[in-house]
Ligand binder design. Structure first.
Ligand SMILES: *Cc1c(COP(=O)(O)O)cnc(C)c1O
Length: 407
């Protein structure tokens, strides 16, 4: 029987399919290693087949309801709605937080562009807040400073979007305490942090609205998809209505507000159900991969890894390595080049949003920490279908960069 890691390779890596001749070790070694490819198998196939058999090939059907209630049971959320992407979920979260044109919205700067895009969709203005060294997430002290300054100017933000970066929770006690002091709602971008927790509570449950992504590269995937969660059931019902063109109850098509086509399809929700069953195993495997890299590369001069806060439990979505330029002459670009030469996909850490051309004019509190992370860090391949041999290849390629460039 094929293991699901072989199925993944057969299905997602074009070069693997083309290797029809004898599998020599050299050929296998040339297989491309991806940063975080989808990891799927028979369970996913079964749920999708069921959707076909019942002809539920629509943004309605039993997998959607089941996926929502299973995610609620797993996370402890009171309510959730499946959407077409994490970005769609963030957009609805921003709208449902009452953000209007001209408003300011605070946002983590060390994050993916999708965290802040919906602020612009609504004609509002992002104000970025830098990270702290401890978790790489929004610095609670800077947040307090920024809120105090804005309150003094009589211009509080309409909402605060906080990302749980690379699968590790922000320091939620501090952030929520500060935000509550000013009565500003918090949106939790837990797109990367499905299954992570902080003081025993799941990522996604800390803001008044939480958001997950099930994009193809995330720890749980539906190929593309997302989810909006909240303990406020009425709010989730509003999100569901807005995601299905905001139809009013009537036999004809009646609309009194603007809607969107943001619902997930029933087919894809089936993939999500199988992925959720596997999530605890996937998190364990990602942690093993992180520990493996840490052991195999941690002795190199200047090399560090993303710090893990003891109050939280990361899902270890991506292993992030840093190189201290005061202790090593090796730069992330050297490591990336060495990996690319062996057909291994890796990436620098997120480029902070306040340094993106799109946000050249945006205000930012702090900025040095995220800029430093961007300059120093590399995300290593962390897919759960990786074999020990694959990890060994990544380690060897990374070490070769130090061998070549360390002076
Ligand atoms: C992936 C991601 C998103 C967007 O999710 P999609 O499902 O790809 O739209 C948002 N925020 C962060 C931090 C992400 O990593």
């Amino acid at each position: 029987m094929k293991s699901d890691s072989h199925m993944l390779l057969a299905e997602t890596a074009p070069e693997a399919g083309s290797v029809m001749t004898k599998e020599t070790p050299q050929r296998r070694a040339r297989r491309r290693i991806y940063l975080s490819p989808p990891h799927v198998g028979d369970a996913e196939r079964r749920f999708v087949a069921e959707a076909f058999e019942g002809n539920w090939i629509a943004p309605v059907g039993p997998n959607l309801d089941a996926f929502e209630s299973e995610m609620c049971a797993a996370s402890g959320s009171k309510a959730a709605v499946c959407l077409s992407s994490g970005t769609a979920a963030l957009h609805l979260a921003v709208r449902l937080s009452g953000v209007r044109p001209g408003d300011e919205v605070f946002c983590s700067t060390f994050t993916f562009a999708a965290s802040a895009g919906p602020i612009l969709y609504e004609g509002a203005r992002p104000v970025f807040i830098d990270s702290e060294h401890l978790t790489w997430n929004m610095d609670p002290g800077l947040l307090a400073e920024a809120l105090a300054r804005k309150a003094g100017q009589g211009r509080l933000p309409r909402a605060i979007i906080v990302t749980d970066i690379y699968g590790q929770c922000a320091r939620w006690d501090e952030i929520l305490g500060t935000a509550a002091g000013y009565g500003v709602p918090v949106i939790e971008d837990a797109a990367e942090a499905v299954g992570a927790s902080y003081r025993g509570k799941w990522a996604g449950l800390f803001g008044h609205i939480g958001v997950y992504s099930f994009n193809g590269n995330k720890i749980m995937t539906t190929s593309g998809g997302g989810m909006l969660l909240s303990s406020d059931r009425a709010l989730v019902e509003r999100a569901k209505k807005l995601s299905t063109q905001a139809r009013d109850p009537a036999p004809h098509y009646e609309h009194s507000e603007l809607g969107f086509n943001y619902r997930m399809s029933n087919v894809l929700a089936g993939i999500g159900r199988a992925q959720l069953e596997a999530l605890p195993r996937r998190i364990n495997r990602r942690r093993e991969i992180f520990e493996h890299y840490r052991k195999a590369l941690g002795d190199l001069k200047g090399v560090g890894f993303m710090p893990m806060m003891p109050e939280g439990r990361s899902n270890y979505w991506l292993t992030c390595m840093t190189i201290d330029p005061s202790r090593s002459s090796v730069r992330p670009a050297h490591v990336l080049a060495a990996l690319a030469a062996d057909d291994i996909e890796a990436r620098p850490l997120w480029k902070p949003l306040h340094k993106q051309p799109l946000y050249a004019d945006a205000e930012c509190f702090g900025g040095g920490v995220s800029e430093e992370l961007f300059a120093r860090g590399v995300c290593l391949p962390s897919g759960t279908a990786m074999t020990e041999e694959d990890i060994g290849r990544v380690v060897a390629a990374a070490r070769s960069a130090f061998h070549e460039w360390q002076v």
